[in-house]
Write a protein that binds this ligand. Structure first.
Ligand code: URA
Length: 274
């Protein structure tokens, strides 16, 4: 059978654009079930091979599945050491790209670190890169990012924000990053904060606010209230403002008024701090 490579590529890209990222068989497989115990058949040692049940990569799991996976080797100290060695943002970007300890890396095209000036007075921390960010290698470049940019421009904050995320690889299907994925990326994020030295943090969306402020409170309760963010060693304290995620605003335009209030409060505080 001749295989038309272009037809296959076109079909795959159509599926990817439609959001189909995982291939399932027609018959469900219960991978948690024990393999039936068979009487051991004697095999010649030279040809014996171990049969390993296929394991779904952790990055491709839903958050509920991922949360139930036994702890991975702890890469947090490795991340901390790599982050501490980075003397500037360029080195930090390289250290993130080289880091193998975040399970999301397996399902992403590339690491997505930051955009915006290195000495920005404001650091914006989103949740995680999405499909556009994964393709372009920069945070907040899709529809949500364009809305964020328009809001920043209207508040006079364009070019004054260093923009990044709680994790540096796209979670598959744009699921929310797990606490473990955020924890292993946190040393890099803290190092970025240390290098940029922003006067304020804008925590965009519930997954960002919860991870940064170590709270379980929802974003609707948190938004619009200044809270002090503290680094893990207690050396840095920076005022942080949680706000609604622009992707939420695209779905719920009536909530834009609340976000606009947050932007004005933020702009006013930055102005006062100058
Ligand atoms: N949403 C986020 O939280 N971050 C991005 O970079 C893009 C979309």
């Amino acid at each position: 059978m001749s295989v038309d490579r272009r037809a296959i590529e076109s079909l795959l890209s159509f599926w990817a654009l439609s959001g189909a990222e995982t291939l399932y068989g027609e018959t469900p497989v219960d991978r948690t079930a024990q393999a039936p115990v068979r009487p051991a058949a004697p095999r010649p040692a030279a040809t014996a091979t171990a049969t390993v049940a296929p394991v779904r990569p952790m990055a491709l799991m839903t958050p509920v599945m991922a949360a139930s996976v036994p702890a991975q080797p702890n890469f947090v100290p490795v991340a901390r050491a790599a982050a501490a060695e980075a003397g500037d943002l360029a080195a930090l970007k390289e250290a993130i790209a080289a880091f193998e300890g975040c399970p999301l890396k397996a399902g992403a095209r590339q690491a997505v670190f930051s955009r915006g000036p290195a000495a920005a007075p404001l650091m914006i921390i989103g949740e995680a890169p999405g499909a556009d960010e994964d393709a372009q290698g920069a945070p907040f470049v899709g529809r949500a990012g364009q809305l964020l940019d328009r809001m920043l421009a209207a508040a006079g904050l364009s070019e004054r924000a260093f923009i990044t995320n709680t994790v540096f690889w796209r979670p598959p299907g744009n699921r929310t990053p797990t606490a473990a994925e955020q924890a292993v990326c946190a040393p890099f994020l803290e190092r970025a904060i240390e290098l940029v030295k922003p006067r304020a943090l804008l925590l965009v969306g519930g997954a960002s606010a919860k991870a940064m402020l170590k709270t379980t409170e929802g974003i609707l309760a948190l938004r619009g209230r200044w809270v002090d963010w503290r680094s893990s060693d207690g050396a840095m304290t920076i005022p942080a403002l949680p706000t609604l995620h622009p992707a939420f605003l695209l779905r719920q335009p009536v909530a834009k008024r609340k976000s606009w209030e947050d932007m004005l409060v933020l702009a006013e505080r930055l102005e006062r701090a100058e």
